[in-house]
Ligand binder design. Structure first.
Ligand code: HMG
Ligand code: MG
Length: 298
């Protein structure tokens, strides 16, 4: 099988992981989480989310978190923004990279952002414009690429259309999200291939939730097709509060273990990552969602 020499991991635990936690996590713990993660060698750590605090109360302290983290040289700290208001809040505390998000399914996008897909793309236009003028990088997410909790099947053509639109607007990278983790390897690969016919592979990332235990297998299938950027969340945290049935992301520890076992470099210190995952599960008061961290704890 064809494997890349290096994979860049986009750690989404402080955002995707924490947004799904109902019990409030202290601001200081969120800051410590980001700082611990950036110390492991991860190049990209999505730090928080400037969405409406009414929609995601857990991340209402986004400005305090972002202002409190230690920004290491060479590490990117994207933050999620749903609109210009979020962009302005992020910029006020010095964010240099943001991520916008929409979906391939109309029904999910309405529940998640109170807007249709095209309406959300229209909302991003001024964000992209401002970002370009400010020299801010913009990442784009497409959710529900392999299934929707409300609509069911999602046509590939819809995934391709939305990914192409985000890339054409100026997103340097488009992350393809299996929000509810229903995909299997051949489907994941076919989806990636279809998008890569329109958006260059180096501008694509994959984002698998592990609801049905398929995330690592999906990643492996997609690596063989040439993708080199993979999203994951430490300790397997994560999920979207507006996606019924969604559970954790692929655990970063498990991804790193597999990649290193395959001889694919990540630049990440697995021991430090496992320590961080174990520490986080202590903070959240429950077992880790990472098989590797569980194995190492014994
Ligand atoms: P809305 O209620 O339609 O917004 O929400 P609005 O523009 O009508 O404003 C309503 C109120 O919200 C106003 O306040 C605004 O000021 C405020 P009021 O006047 O009532 O006091 N507001 C904001 N406040 C702070 N920051 C902002 C902001 N925007 C408006 N940025 C909106 C529309 C998009 C804002 C809302 O639906 C929202 O925030 N949704 C986010 C939901 C979310 O975070 N979901 C999880 C992230 S996506 C995900 O997890 C998937 C992903 O991981 C990939 C995958 O797995 O597939 C990325
Ligand atoms: Mg997600």
């Amino acid at each position: 099988m064809a494997l890349p020499g290096h994979v860049r991991i986009v750690e989404v635990g402080p955002r995707d992981g924490l947004q799904n936690e109902s019990a409030m996590v202290a601001t200081a713990a969120k800051i410590e989480l980001v700082d611990r993660l950036s110390a492991t060698g991860l190049q990209t750590v999505e730090a928080t989310s400037f969405v409406s605090p009414k929609w995601v109360p857990q991340l209402a302290d986004a400005a305090e978190v972002f202002a409190g983290i230690h920004r290491r040289d060479g590490v990117a700290y994207p933050v999620l923004v749903p609109n210009l208001q979020g962009y302005e809040r992020a910029r006020a505390v010095g964010a240099e990279e943001v991520a916008v998000f929409t979906a391939a399914s109309e029904a999910f996008n309405r529940r998640n952002t109170n807007a249709g897909i095209d309406e959300s793309l229209e909302r991003f236009a001024p964000v992209l414009e401002r970002a370009q003028a400010d020299g801010v990088k913009v990442r784009g997410y497409v959710s529900t690429v392999l299934g929707c909790p409300y609509q069911g099947e999602v046509p590939l053509a819809d995934v391709v259309r939305v990914a192409r639109a985000l890339h054409a607007m100026g997103c340097y990278e488009v992350s393809l999200g299996d929000t509810i983790g229903v995909g299997t390897p051949a489907k994941a690969r076919a989806m990636l291939r279809a998008v890569a016919a329109d958006v260059p592979m180096p501008a694509l990332a994959i984002h698998f939730h592990d609801t049905y235990g398929q995330a690592l297998a999906n990643v492996l299938a997609c690596l063989d097709d040439g993708v080199t950027v993979v999203d994951a969340a430490v300790s397997g945290t994560g999920g979207c509060p507006y996606a019924k049935g969604a559970s954790g992301n692929l655990a970063t520890e498990d991804l790193v273990y597999m990649l290193h076992g395959l001889g694919v470099a990540t630049g990440v210190d697995l021991d430090a990552l496992v320590d961080t995952g174990a520490w986080l599960s202590g903070i959240l008061g429950r077992d880790t969602g990472s098989r590797v961290t569980r194995a190492r704890a014994g």
